[in-house]
Design a protein around this ligand. Structure first.
Ligand SMILES: [Zn+2]
Length: 128
């Protein structure tokens, strides 16, 4: 017997709306980060960085670039999860734990619409 989604069409539409909204925000955030990165590398190329302050500047630059990169990675990671959640909605497998195949708790999906593990499996995974 195929596992059927425990959600009504209305609930799914609601959750899909939230996923799409979040996706839009994340994409805007990503565009801002990429713009900032582009602006930084442009000013490097034009030689605006003073070599007297090379060490201090390089340190700050590396720190900021690394911080941007980790934010960027987080955003990309979340976008991937949202895309997978949307794909599961289309397939009709949304809300089903990808590890144990049981329905994911509704309260969990309301808090994290892109969750693909039930609470028990998510906890087991974060303990590893
Ligand atoms: Zn599970």
């Amino acid at each position: 017997m195929a596992m059927k989604s425990a959600y009504t069409q209305r609930e799914l539409d609601d959750l899909r709306g939230r996923l799409l909204q979040e996706k839009e925000q994340l994409e805007a955030q990503l565009a801002t980060i990429e713009e900032a990165t582009f602006a930084t590398s442009q000013s490097d190329l034009s030689g605006e960085v003073s070599f007297d302050d090379e060490n201090a500047d390089a340190g700050t630059f590396t720190f900021e670039r690394e911080r941007d990169l980790s934010i960027e990675n987080n955003v990309r990671d979340l976008l991937g999860k949202i895309d997978r959640a949307l794909a599961r909605m289309d397939e009709g497998t949304y809300g089903i734990c990808s590890r144990c195949g049981k329905p994911i708790e509704k309260a969990r999906l309301k808090a994290l619409p892109y969750a693909d593990l039930c609470i028990k499996d998510a906890q087991a995974q974060s303990r590893r």
